[in-house]
Design a binder for this molecule. Structure first.
Ligand code: ZN
Length: 134
Protein backbone atom coordinates (compact mmCIF):
# COMPACT_ATOMS: atom_id res chain seq x y z
CA UNK A 1 0.00 0.00 0.00
CA UNK A 2 1.08 3.56 -0.42
CA UNK A 3 0.95 5.75 2.69
CA UNK A 4 1.03 9.40 1.63
CA UNK A 5 1.35 11.13 5.01
CA UNK A 6 0.08 11.33 8.56
CA UNK A 7 -3.38 12.71 7.87
CA UNK A 8 -4.29 13.51 11.46
CA UNK A 9 -3.91 12.61 15.11
CA UNK A 10 -7.19 11.87 16.88
CA UNK A 11 -7.43 13.22 20.43
CA UNK A 12 -10.33 12.16 22.65
CA UNK A 13 -11.66 15.04 24.78
CA UNK A 14 -14.47 15.43 27.26
CA UNK A 15 -15.51 18.68 25.59
CA UNK A 16 -14.34 20.38 22.39
CA UNK A 17 -15.52 23.74 23.76
CA UNK A 18 -13.36 23.31 26.85
CA UNK A 19 -10.41 21.64 25.14
CA UNK A 20 -10.17 23.84 22.05
CA UNK A 21 -8.41 26.85 23.60
CA UNK A 22 -5.11 25.05 24.14
CA UNK A 23 -4.85 24.27 20.42
CA UNK A 24 -5.90 27.74 19.26
CA UNK A 25 -4.92 30.31 21.91
CA UNK A 26 -1.82 28.53 23.22
CA UNK A 27 -0.44 26.77 20.14
CA UNK A 28 -1.88 29.25 17.65
CA UNK A 29 -3.51 26.66 15.41
CA UNK A 30 -6.56 27.55 13.33
CA UNK A 31 -9.90 25.99 14.28
CA UNK A 32 -11.42 24.72 11.05
CA UNK A 33 -14.85 24.00 12.44
CA UNK A 34 -16.67 21.06 13.96
CA UNK A 35 -18.67 18.29 12.33
CA UNK A 36 -20.85 15.60 13.86
CA UNK A 37 -20.62 12.08 12.46
CA UNK A 38 -23.90 10.68 13.77
CA UNK A 39 -23.11 7.08 12.85
CA UNK A 40 -19.98 7.20 15.02
CA UNK A 41 -21.67 9.17 17.83
CA UNK A 42 -18.92 11.72 17.72
CA UNK A 43 -18.32 15.39 17.02
CA UNK A 44 -14.95 16.16 15.47
CA UNK A 45 -13.03 19.44 15.33
CA UNK A 46 -10.03 19.91 13.04
CA UNK A 47 -6.94 22.06 13.55
CA UNK A 48 -4.55 22.01 10.56
CA UNK A 49 -0.84 21.63 11.31
CA UNK A 50 1.26 21.87 8.16
CA UNK A 51 0.14 19.00 5.94
CA UNK A 52 -1.56 17.17 8.81
CA UNK A 53 -4.22 17.98 11.36
CA UNK A 54 -5.12 17.51 14.98
CA UNK A 55 -8.64 16.10 15.33
CA UNK A 56 -10.46 16.55 18.64
CA UNK A 57 -13.15 13.94 19.25
CA UNK A 58 -16.07 14.52 21.59
CA UNK A 59 -18.71 11.88 22.19
CA UNK A 60 -22.36 12.64 21.41
CA UNK A 61 -23.75 9.62 23.30
CA UNK A 62 -22.76 7.69 26.44
CA UNK A 63 -22.55 4.41 24.48
CA UNK A 64 -20.38 5.76 21.64
CA UNK A 65 -16.81 4.58 21.01
CA UNK A 66 -15.26 7.84 22.26
CA UNK A 67 -17.35 7.78 25.46
CA UNK A 68 -16.11 4.24 26.09
CA UNK A 69 -12.53 5.25 25.40
CA UNK A 70 -12.74 8.21 27.80
CA UNK A 71 -14.25 6.00 30.48
CA UNK A 72 -11.37 3.54 30.24
CA UNK A 73 -8.40 5.76 29.52
CA UNK A 74 -9.39 9.39 29.95
CA UNK A 75 -8.48 12.19 27.55
CA UNK A 76 -5.54 11.66 25.21
CA UNK A 77 -4.36 10.51 21.80
CA UNK A 78 -6.94 7.97 20.66
CA UNK A 79 -5.78 7.15 17.13
CA UNK A 80 -3.32 7.99 14.38
CA UNK A 81 -4.57 8.32 10.81
CA UNK A 82 -2.51 7.66 7.71
CA UNK A 83 -3.67 8.87 4.34
CA UNK A 84 -3.47 6.17 1.68
CA UNK A 85 -3.75 6.41 -2.05
CA UNK A 86 -6.32 3.62 -2.37
CA UNK A 87 -8.17 2.50 0.76
CA UNK A 88 -9.91 -0.51 -0.76
CA UNK A 89 -6.63 -1.86 -2.11
CA UNK A 90 -4.94 -1.22 1.26
CA UNK A 91 -7.66 -3.21 3.08
CA UNK A 92 -7.35 -6.10 0.63
CA UNK A 93 -3.60 -6.12 1.19
CA UNK A 94 -4.03 -6.17 4.98
CA UNK A 95 -6.61 -8.98 4.77
CA UNK A 96 -4.24 -11.02 2.62
CA UNK A 97 -1.59 -10.55 5.31
CA UNK A 98 -4.01 -11.75 8.01
CA UNK A 99 -4.05 -8.38 9.82
CA UNK A 100 -6.94 -7.93 12.24
CA UNK A 101 -9.23 -5.12 11.07
CA UNK A 102 -12.05 -3.27 12.80
CA UNK A 103 -13.51 -2.25 9.44
CA UNK A 104 -13.33 -4.78 6.64
CA UNK A 105 -14.82 -2.19 4.30
CA UNK A 106 -14.38 1.60 4.01
CA UNK A 107 -16.95 3.80 5.72
CA UNK A 108 -17.61 7.54 5.78
CA UNK A 109 -15.65 9.73 8.18
CA UNK A 110 -15.60 13.47 8.83
CA UNK A 111 -15.04 15.72 5.84
CA UNK A 112 -16.36 13.12 3.40
CA UNK A 113 -13.25 10.94 3.77
CA UNK A 114 -13.33 7.17 3.30
CA UNK A 115 -11.93 5.61 6.46
CA UNK A 116 -11.24 2.22 8.04
CA UNK A 117 -9.64 1.21 11.33
CA UNK A 118 -7.01 -1.47 11.92
CA UNK A 119 -7.29 -3.30 15.25
CA UNK A 120 -4.82 -2.04 17.90
CA UNK A 121 -3.78 -5.65 18.55
CA UNK A 122 -2.15 -5.67 15.12
CA UNK A 123 -0.34 -2.36 15.67
CA UNK A 124 1.52 -2.32 19.00
CA UNK A 125 -1.58 -1.15 20.85
CA UNK A 126 -2.13 1.83 18.54
CA UNK A 127 -5.53 2.35 16.94
CA UNK A 128 -4.61 3.05 13.30
CA UNK A 129 -7.02 4.69 10.90
CA UNK A 130 -6.45 4.62 7.17
CA UNK A 131 -8.16 7.31 5.17
CA UNK A 132 -8.57 8.32 1.56
CA UNK A 133 -9.69 11.76 0.43
CA UNK A 134 -10.48 13.01 -3.03
ZN1 ZN B 1 -9.66 10.15 12.66
Amino acid sequence: MKILKIDHLGVAVNSIAAGKNFWTDVLGLRFEGAETVAEQKVTTAFFPVGESEVELLESTAPDGPIAKYLEKKGEGIQHIAFRVENLEAALEELKAKGIQLIDAKPRRGAGGAKIAFIHPKAASGVLVELCERD
